[in-house]
Design a protein around this ligand. Structure first.
Ligand SMILES: CC(C)(COP(=O)(O)OP(=O)(O)OC[C@H]1O[C@@H](n2cnc3c(N)ncnc32)[C@H](O)[C@@H]1OP(=O)(O)O)[C@@H](O)C(=O)NCCC(=O)NCCS
Length: 329
């Protein structure tokens, strides 16, 4: 059997679209308050795409940054994988549109839908292609335009989400010399598919005037149940990814930005210090598949990742799905 190629992160990028929606903006739409939203979620504002923008446009901005920082040209890419639940169209994929916009003429392209675990699923896929010798340069993204699927009359869900994109260029570690991926895991339990759900628009409930009038295309949540699952799963994933390493070797945990209280409760279970965890949900809300790559890019820019130390990614979401990654920066 051919030897596994070690895979590294050659570059990163992040993009938040220009429209900023504050909690005060939501006070005008639903019966809520800035105080409630900050206390229960940690969110102060989130970004929404402009009317002219769709998910591939957000991807393009993040992808260009990632390619620049990796010093990789679009035509060097062998593969593009976008994790998204809000592609521009049901057909074709967001990745195919991005491939054309980038001029990545030598790349294959497909999307993966694992909801908020979408980026970690794209990362796992890209890593596997390089590790198996099937690709050398892979662009992976998590990107969403969730604002198009929010019920602006449902205060329990509309305040939680934002739009954005995060990207990474993956390459053999021997070439890029940083961000070696040491471990990854993915999991799923589809029996919980109704917990976080968009009922309409697919083959089960195709789009009709009636289904749209019922609001079947909006995201619905069973927030309290998700809360419990999320705390347990996040704690398990961090523990599993960091297993066997002394804690002081871990520079930072970059978790899915789902709710600041969920992150705090998970860390408390592990007795893990908050200053070793990156939280930027106050600025972006939950951007689903985009949270982890956006947060990692920001953490790097802020100098929060120590060279040679470990970083843990963890995420979970609709499906239910979950994933974790351990890397050495
Ligand atoms: C949604 C979430 C923020 C709600 O927080 P919570 O502390 O669990 O609050 P509860 O659902 O228990 O609701 C408490 C009260 O606040 C009310 N409430 C809900 N949203 C509100 C809002 N935006 N503003 C003011 N009050 C609100 C509820 O109606 C409820 O009122 P009641 O006690 O009179 O019934 C939290 O459960 C959560 O983040 N869950 C996970 C979200 C998720 O699934 N994300 C996607 C997965 S990746």
């Amino acid at each position: 059997m051919a030897q596994r190629v070690a895979v590294g992160i050659a570059g990163t990028g992040s993009y938040a679209p220009p429209v900023v929606m504050t909690n005060h903006d939501f006070e005008k739409l639903v019966d809520t308050s800035d105080e409630w939203i900050v206390q229960r979620t940690g969110i102060k504002e989130r970004h929404f795409a402009e009317a002219s923008q769709a998910t591939s446009d957000l991807c393009l901005e993040a992808a260009r940054q990632a390619l620049d920082s990796a010093k990789v040209k679009p035509e060097e890419l062998d593969l593009i994988v976008v994790g998204t639940l809000t592609p521009d169209f049901l057909l074709p994929s967001c990745s195919a549109i991005l491939q054309s916009k980038l001029g990545a003429v030598n790349a294959g392209a497909f999307d993966v839908n694992a909801a908020c675990t979408g980026f970690l699923t794209a990362l796992h896929t890209g890593e596997s292609f390089i590790a198996a010798g099937r690709a050398r340069k892979v662009l992976v993204l998590g990107a969403e335009t969730l604002s198009r699927f929010l019920n602006m009359q449902d205060r329990a869900s509309c305040i939680l989400f934002g739009d954005g994109a995060g990207a990474m260029v993956l390459a053999p570690h021997a070439e890029c010399g940083r961000g070696e991926i040491l471990r990854s895991t993915l999991g799923a339990d589809g029996s919980g598919y109704e917990f976080i759900h968009m009922r309409g628009g697919g083959s089960r409930v195709p789009p009709t005037a009636e289904s749209v009038a019922r609001g079947d295309h909006f995201i619905t949540l069973r927030g309290r149940e998700v809360f419990r699952f999320a705390v347990l799963r996040m704690a398990e994933l961090i523990e599993k990814m960091a297993e066997g390493f002394p804690r002081d070797e871990v520079s930072l945990v970059v978790p899915h930005q789902v709710n600041a209280r969920i992150i705090e409760a998970a860390l408390e279970r592990l007795d893990w210090p908050m200053d070793k965890c990156f939280v930027n949900i106050d600025k972006y809300g939950n951007t689903s598949a985009a949270t982890v790559p956006m947060a990692f890019h920001e953490a790097l820019a802020q100098g929060r990742i120590e060279k040679g130390k470990l970083v843990v990614f963890c995420a979970f979401g609709a499906g239910l799905t979950w994933g974790g990654t351990l890397l050495r920066w």
